[in-house]
Design a protein around this ligand. Structure first.
Ligand code: ATP
Ligand code: MG
Length: 224
């Protein structure tokens, strides 16, 4: 479970971004975070893996205060996917995916097998795609590699910040289906930021609407 307890955030010299946010993402759920540009969605997400610190309040993951956690272990326990994946251009698709376990000291053969498995899971046949560089992949394929990479260390949590907003509607729908499957089959707990209410309704077990620095509404999709 990811839990925000009375979380506020103000960047120095700016008005408050978030005020007293209380929110829970139960294990195995996908919480879709929506709200206008600048409403603090990305900021809230980044506090979970401690890329941003709260000004007050606390964030709890698995019953542990993120502020007390070992930051490397914390980030390894959560996959992070952003809009423009940020694949390493000089590494192939398979190498990009194998990178994280590499850092963790997993043997090469095991890393390779895992990278294959994940590319396959994301709908990229390794025989065709493993050796390709990001520049040789479409936007949707790059995003698939990005998700495969986020899954490489088998994290319990996924933090996804508008992962599909740059994609065409068909690719987008395919990837939405894949995220849905990840949740159902692998039991991932997902915090998913999107601009798109339809996407939120399609994917979310819960939807949270942020606005004016506060949680305006939170509940199951049927209520939106
Ligand atoms: P978008 O939908 O456009 O991605 P968002 O809801 O993700 O917007 P955030 O990126 O969380 O919004 O930003 C919320 C507010 O915090 C914005 O006004 C932004 O300018 C401000 N902000 C974000 N990061 C910083 C920072 N490092 N320093 C100062 N202000 C920041
Ligand atoms: Mg954002």
């Amino acid at each position: 479970m990811i839990e925000f307890r009375d979380v506020s955030k103000q960047f120095p010299g700016s008005p408050p971004v978030l005020r007293s946010v209380n929110l829970q993402v139960p294990d195995g759920d996908l919480l879709a975070l929506i709200g206008p540009s600048g409403s603090g969605k990305s900021t809230l997400l980044r506090m979970v893996n401690r890329l941003v610190l709260p000004s007050s309040g606390s964030i709890w993951v698995d019953g542990r205060d993120v502020a007390q956690a070992d930051v490397i272990a914390l980030r390894r326990s959560m996959g992070y996917v952003i809009q423009n994946v940020g694949l390493f251009p000089h590494l192939t698709a398979a190498e990009n995916v194998a990178l994280v376990p590499n850092i963790s000291g997993v043997p090469a053969e095991q890393r390779r097998a895992r990278a294959h498995e994940l590319l396959h899971l994301m709908g990229l046949e390794p025989a065709t795609f493993e050796g390709r560089y990001p520049a040789q992949l479409s936007g949707g394929q790059q995003q698939r590699v990005g998700i495969a990479r986020a899954l490489a260390a088998d994290p319990a949590y996924l933090l996804m910040d508008e992962p599909f907003s740059a994609l065409d509607p068909v690719t987008r729908e395919e990837l939405q289906r894949q995220v849905h499957d990840l949740k159902r089959e692998l039991g991932k707990t997902i915090l998913f930021v999107t601009h798109d209410v339809e996407e939120a309704v399609r994917l979310g077990d819960q939807i949270c609407l942020l606005g004016q620095g506060e949680v305006q509404q939170v509940g199951p999709p049927a209520r939106f």
